[in-house]
Design a protein around this ligand. Structure first.
Ligand code: EPS
Length: 388
C-alpha cells in the first residue's frame, strides 16, 4: 500500500512528508521534487509570499545514491520565510507561551470558526496554520515521487485551467503531455491564448477591488493501465478514490469525472462511449471520452479526465465578509491576512498530484512488487494478457 502523511504549519519551520510503499530502485533526486514544487508556485494572482518561498527540499530518509530503498521516504521542505527573518519565531514557537495577537474575527468559508469550536481554541491561528494551502507543498513533494513511479508505466499526468471566475477557456481537444510545457508557460496555466487573456483580465478586475476568484481545472492522465480500482467495493472504486483525493484540496467544492454533469442531461443512447476493437493495436478502444476513463470504478485505459471546482479564497485583501468577534460577540469583518487573489493555477498542479497519488497507489495495489523492476514486469505481463 502506498500511503503518505504530511506534517507542518504554514508559517512554521518546515513541512514534512513521509511516503511509504514505494518499491526499491526508483530513481529520485531532490531536483524532481523541487521542479514540481516550483510548478505549484506558478500563477498570476498569487500573493507576495510565492516570490520568496523557495521550497528548498531535503531528502531525509529512504533514498540512497539517487534511488529509493523500499523504506519510508521522508522529505523536508523548509519554509524559507522562517530562515529569512525571525518574524514568525515567537508566534509559531513550539515552546510554552502565548500569543499577543490572537485572531478572533473568523473568516466565513474558512476552517477558522468551526476549528476553534471543535478543538476548543480561542485563537484562529491554531486552526488556520494547518488549514492553509501551504500544506499542499508537502503533498506535491509526495506526488513528485508518485509521478516518477507512474512514468515507468508510461503514465503522464497534466492539468490546465479551464475557468477562472466567469472567464472560461474555449473548448479544445484534450491536451497531451507534449502540451504541458506550453500550459506551464501560461501565467494562468491555460491552454488557450484567448482564454488566458480573459482570465488575466478577470484576476486584475478582482484584485482592483481587493476580491478573490475561484475556478475550474481539468486533470488528464494519459497512458493509464486498464484495471486500476475495482467494482467490488464502494471504497475501491477509482472514481470514488479520485473524488475524495480531489475534494481534500483546500477550497475545492466540486469534482467531476469525465462529462459527469453534462451526461446527466442526456439520453442513455447519447451518454456512453461506444466500444471498438483496434485490430492494429490489438486492444479495445472507446470512440469518445464521456466516462472520463473509468467504468464501474475501474480504469478503461482511455485518458482519465477529472475536473475540480475551487471556490474563491475566503481571505480577502479588502475584508468585507461579515463575521462576529469571538471575544466580544460583536459584528465585525473578517481579519485581513496577506493572501492571493486566486490560487486556481496552483490548484491544478495540486490536483495533478492527488490524481498521481491515487493512480500510483492503485497501480501498486494491482501490480505489487518490492523492486521497481518487479513492479514494471508485473504490469507488462498483465498488459500482455489483454492483447488477445
Ligand atoms: C494562504 C495564504 C497565503 C498563501 C498561502 C496560503 O500565505 P501568507 O498568508 O503566508 O502570505 O501564499 O499559500 C502558500 C504559502 C503556499 O505555499 O501555497 C492561505 O490563507 O491558505
Amino acid at each position: 500500500m502506498l500511503r503518505y502523511l504530511t506534517a507542518g504549519e504554514s508559517h512554521g519551520r518546515a513541512l514534512t512528508v513521509i511516503v511509504e510503499g514505494l518499491p526499491a530502485g526508483l530513481p529520485i533526486l531532490a531536483e524532481h521534487v523541487e521542479s514540481e514544487l516550483a510548478r505549484r508556485r506558478l500563477g498570476y494572482g498569487r500573493g507576495p509570499r510565492q516570490r520568496f518561498e523557495e521550497d528548498r527540499v531535503t531528502l531525509v530518509g529512504g533514498v540512497r545514491h539517487g534511488r529509493t530503498l523500499g523504506s519510508p521516504v521522508s522529505i523536508e521542505i523548509q519554509n524559507s520565510e522562517w530562515f529569512r527573518s525571525d518574524k514568525w519565531h515567537a508566534e509559531m514557537s513550539p515552546e510554552p507561551g502565548a500569543t499577543e495577537f490572537p485572531l478572533t474575527q473568523p473568516r466565513p468559508g474558512h476552517a477558522d470558526l468551526v476549528g476553534m469550536q471543535k478543538y476548543g481554541f480561542t485563537d484562529a491561528r491554531d486552526v488556520l496554520e494547518r488549514a492553509s494551502a501551504r500544506e499542499t507543498a508537502a503533498r506535491v513533494a509526495a506526488g513528485a515521487l508518485a509521478k516518477q513511479l507512474l512514468s515507468h508505466l508510461g503514465v503522464g499526468v497534466l492539468s490546465h485551467v479551464v475557468r477562472m471566475g466567469d472567464a472560461a477557456a474555449p473548448s479544445i481537444t484534450l491536451p497531451t503531455m507534449a502540451d504541458l510545457a506550453a500550459i506551464d508557460a501560461s501565467e494562468v496555466r491555460c491552454f488557450s491564448k484567448s482564454g488566458e487573456d480573459a482570465m488575466i483580465a478577470a484576476i486584475k478586475a478582482a484584485a482592483r477591488e481587493g476580491d478573490s476568484l475561484g475556478g475550474i481545472v481539468e486533470v488528464i492522465a494519459h497512458g493509464v493501465p486498464i484495471g486500476l480500482g475495482s467494482h467490488v467495493h464502494w471504497d475501491r472504486k477509482i472514481d470514488a478514490l479520485l473524488a475524495q483525493a480531489i475534494m481534500s484540496i483546500q477550497a475545492v467544492k466540486g469534482v467531476e469525472i469525465g462529462d459527469g454533469w453534462e451526461v446527466a442531461g442526456l439520453r442513455g443512447s447519447q451518454a456512453h462511449d461506444p466500444i471498438s476493437w483496434d485490430a492494429t493495436e490489438h486492444r479495445y478502444v472507446r470512440d469518445s471520452h464521456r466516462s472520463g476513463g473509468t467504468e464501474g470504478g475501474i480504469t478503461t485505459g482511455e485518458p482519465l479526465i477529472v475536473r475540480a471546482a475551487m471556490k474563491p479564497l475566503a481571505t480577502l485583501n479588502k475584508p468585507t465578509l461579515k463575521t462576529v468577534d469571538t471575544l466580544t460577540k460583536e459584528e465585525t469583518v473578517s481579519f485581513k491576512e496577506r493572501t492571493d487573489v486566486t490560487a486556481v493555477p496552483a490548484m491544478g498542479v495540486i490536483a495533478e498530484t492527488m490524481v498521481a497519488l491515487v493512480l500510483a497507489a492503485e497501480a501498486q495495489r494491482k501490480f505489487g512488487g518490492d523492486s521497481l523492476s518487479e513492479f514494471v514486469r508485473n504490469a507488462t505481463s498483465f498488459r500482455a494478457t489483454l492483447e488477445s
